[in-house]
Design a protein around this ligand. Structure first.
Ligand SMILES: NC(=O)c1ccc[n+]([C@@H]2O[C@H](COP(=O)([O-])OP(=O)(O)OC[C@H]3O[C@@H](n4cnc5c(N)ncnc54)[C@H](OP(=O)(O)O)[C@@H]3O)[C@@H](O)[C@H]2O)c1
Length: 162
């Protein structure tokens, strides 16, 4: 099963200058909870946005057109999605975590969406791909807790392909 995991603002912005445009620790926690134990698939730029290298306790799979791109032994480097099946089990939930180009590659394959909707407008340079929500059912929605560390209103939503 293929799942998308991402956070976007009111205008579907997801990134700015190679990083997230916001600080929302509760969303980082949700990301960790949702992806833990699952393979995570990401573009080379998203991989490079991690301050401490590969994310622990998840198989990190990086997509790049550069076959000489250097990754540690624990990380899988792919040139395209057709090689993915060699590294994940057929019954496994594979978490596609962005960015834009990588969501685009898997847009026709995705079964589940884990979306954090941030009810705020940010400046950014990277947008989420268009999703046809008519093809999905909302199966869970939870209001995020706003506090002094999580200052923007947000909701966690999960959708399943019909
Ligand atoms: N809000 C969120 O949930 C979220 C999630 C993820 C990322 N982000 C943000 O989004 C930004 C990064 O996203 P991005 O879209 O700019 O970059 P990205 O998708 O992470 O990485 C782009 C790179 O992936 C490789 N790639 C893309 N399409 C490919 C294809 N069809 N075949 C082979 N390789 C391909 C290329 O690597 P090479 O150049 O090495 O060939 C390309 O330069 C950052 O600001 C990040 O913080 C936000």
């Amino acid at each position: 099963m293929i799942s998308f995991v991402w956070a976007e603002d009111k205008n579907h912005i997801i990134g700015k200058n190679g990083h997230l445009p916001w600080k929302l620790p509760n969303d980082m926690k949700r990301f960790k909870d949702v992806t833990m134990g699952h393979p995570i698939v990401m573009g080379r730029k998203t991989y490079e946005s991690f301050p401490n290298g590969p994310l622990p306790n998840r198989l990190n799979i990086v997509i790049s057109r550069n076959p000489n791109y250097q990754v540690p032994d624990s990380v899988v480097l792919l040139a395209n999605k057709s090689q993915l099946s060699q590294y994940v089990k057929s019954d496994e939930e594979v978490m596609i975590i962005g960015g834009e180009g990588i969501f685009k590659i898997f847009a026709d394959d995705v079964d589940r969406l884990y979306l954090t909707k941030i009810n705020h407008e940010f400046n950014g340079d990277t947008k989420m791909v268009e999703i046809d929500y008519n093809k999905f059912n909302l199966i869970e929605k939870k209001e995020g807790i706003v506090d002094d560390k999580n200052i923007y209103p947000y909701t966690f939503e999960t959708y399943q392909k019909i």
